[in-house]
Design a protein around this ligand. Structure first.
Ligand code: CA
Length: 558
């Protein structure tokens, strides 16, 4: 194609530039589409030596009304994270797809198990009835890799949903059906790396498409490289350009054609699937100037949108660096609205696990660092995800601690996210790998006696947990005071953490008593928040309280 000369036919569309690269199998066309260009057909004609040899039709679609104003997920939402291959196998006929490299193998914990888009569609009632308002799916794009491809983070085609999950059309239909039910779709995107079986790896468009000349050099994972004023150029290069793994080539986003390809691809998916948000994988690892440009352009297209970045670091000084509005000492300006709150997740886990006398202070001290964030309300808070021990495992299979952790995440500031199955106490033995953490959801496969969707075969403990999560989520759904109310907290004493969410009309007092024994709290300490109120109601039990003198709180409860 690189030897051909293109010509555009289409009203309001013109060819601004034709870019030829060293590899003649590629041609990059830079189109100008005017504001007034009507929807309709565009034809690209290719000619050689003045003679037309090829024509291709493309459809220029009219934009959906209101698309640019689309709203992203916010504090009123609770996100349900799903690993599609491990959730529900709604269509066993697509488990094996002829010609694709990895075959299904449910007995292999790292293999493909067959979960798919059809399965997620079957679960929408369950998700809605629980009270979730959006779903974040681990990546669905094609991962035609020879092994360990079920997780979806080694893309082999950025424009195609993996046939073992369904199709582009099925994904769009799922997003639409979910949206009609009040559930927004958040797409997991990766622009740092691709799969080593991506179709372009056999014939790279340019020699600089992949970092380190397309040879594997492992990233040093030093997140400090970005912010550290003393970082060496060597360490920075190793961090940004190093690969995650041999099967995940690290893309060079300084290559402008690749950068534009990735940005346009993201915008195309937002528009095509009518997305409610993006979760961006490994946010600090790509070239940071590219990442800034990517975020800036997506947000310029959709100013009310939301994007949450993954910066897996326990230090809020590092995480907050990336949030929009942050004034950084090196002048770096970010456009990223939201980040995953890894620092808080870590401290909630530490506080609940700990035997220290006043361990809940760890949570208090982390929230107190919110001054580092321009917008702490827009952080995504979560007890677990696909990369760490399940929450029930984190609290050592202690149901009381489990409940306290969920109450915390669903009432503190931020946008909560739970991992599929956490609602039915799914757990993994301590120290197990990712494949076990991402175990199959009960009832997702034919012939199982246990089914979370119907409740059939669930243990009493699992049913109790499910109803607990449901009651909390349903309660949270309409509580503006939890969505957008302010947060005031008190220095923990005797391993008991008290905070309030409040707005002009409502007040919620949360007491997290991590101590084994009951506490008698002197309410006068909280008079600045309780004010003239004389009574309150326990959200979970319905029990009425008189807000005078003292209140007694049982041990290990919230
Ligand atoms: Ca399937």
């Amino acid at each position: 194609i690189g030897y051909l000369n293109p010509q555009i036919e289409g009203e309001g569309v013109s060819l601004r530039q034709t870019i030829k690269v060293a590899n003649p199998n590629y041609l990059f066309l830079d189109l100008h589409i005017s504001e007034w260009a009507p929807a309709g057909k565009i034809v690209i004609h290719f000619s050689k030596d003045g003679e037309r040899v090829l024509s291709r039709d493309y459809e220029l679609k009219s934009r959906r009304p209101g698309s640019a104003e689309r709203k992203g997920f916010d504090n009123a939402d609770v996100l349900y994270l799903i690993t599609p291959d491990r959730f529900i196998n709604g269509d066993p006929s697509n488990d094996y797809v002829q010609g694709m490299l990895e075959k299904p193998n449910r007995s292999d914990i790292d293999g493909r198990h067959g979960g798919d888009i059809a399965g997620i569609e079957k679960s929408l009632d369950y998700i809605k009835n629980l009270g979730f308002t959006s779903i974040w799916l681990n990546p669905l794009l094609e991962n035609d890799q020879p092994k360990y491809s079920y997780h979806g983070y080694a893309t082999t085609d950025f424009y195609r949903v993996d046939a073992r999950f369904g199709s582009n059309e099925a994904y769009v239909a799922l997003a639409q059906k979910a949206r009609d039910m009040g559930i927004g779709m958040i797409m997991d995107m990766i622009v740092n790396h691709c799969g080593h079986h991506h179709w372009w790896m056999d014939d790279l468009p340019t020699p600089d498409w992949i970092n380190f000349d397309n040879t594997y050099v492992r990233t040093n994972h030093t997140k400090f490289a970005t912010q550290d004023p003393h970082a060496s150029e060597f360490d920075k290069k190793m961090f940004f350009d190093g690969w995650f793994d041999t099967n995940m080539p690290d893309m060079n986003q300084r290559q402008p054609l690749l950068a534009n390809y990735l940005i346009q691809n993201s915008i195309w998916w937002v528009e095509y699937a009518e997305l409610y948000g993006i979760r961006m994988d490994t946010y600090p690892y790509p070239d940071m100037h590219f990442m800034t440009e990517w975020t800036k352009r997506v947000m310029a297209e959709y100013p009310n949108f939301n994007i949450v970045g993954e910066e897996w670091n326990g230090d809020p000084a590092i995480v907050s660096y990336w949030q929009r509005g942050k004034v950084n000492s090196n002048g770096y300006t970010s456009y990223l609205p939201s980040l995953m709150d890894f620092p808080l997740q870590e401290q909630v886990r530490n506080a609940l696990q700990s035997d220290e006398p006043n361990a809940v202070r760890k949570i208090y001290e982390m929230v107190a660092r919110d001054f580092l964030y321009p917008d702490p309300m827009n952080l995504v808070v979560f007890p677990d995800n696909h990369d760490m021990d399940r929450f029930f495992t984190q609290v050592d299979f202690d149901y009381d601690l489990f409940k306290m952790g969920l109450v915390y995440h669903l009432t503190t500031r931020g946008i909560p996210q739970l991992y599929y199955g956490t609602e039915i106490l799914m757990s993994n033995p301590h120290g197990t790998g990712h494949g076990v953490i991402r175990s199959d959801f009960p009832g997702g496969w034919e012939g199982e006696t246990k089914n979370a969707l119907t409740g059939e075969g669930l243990s009493e403990a699992e049913k109790t947990a499910l109803e607990f999560v449901r009651s909390l989520l349903q309660w949270r759904k309409d509580k503006k005071v939890i969505h957008s109310g302010k947060l005031i907290h008190f220095l923990p004493e005797n391993n008991c953490y008290v905070y309030f969410r409040y707005n002009d009309s409502d007040k919620v007092m949360v007491i997290i008593n991590r101590a084994e024994e009951a506490q008698i709290l002197d309410l006068s300490r909280y008079s600045e928040m309780i004010g003239g109120k004389t009574s309150g109601k326990d959200v979970l039990s319905g029990k009425k309280y008189t807000l005078e003198g003292t209140v007694e709180v049982a041990g290990k409860t919230a």
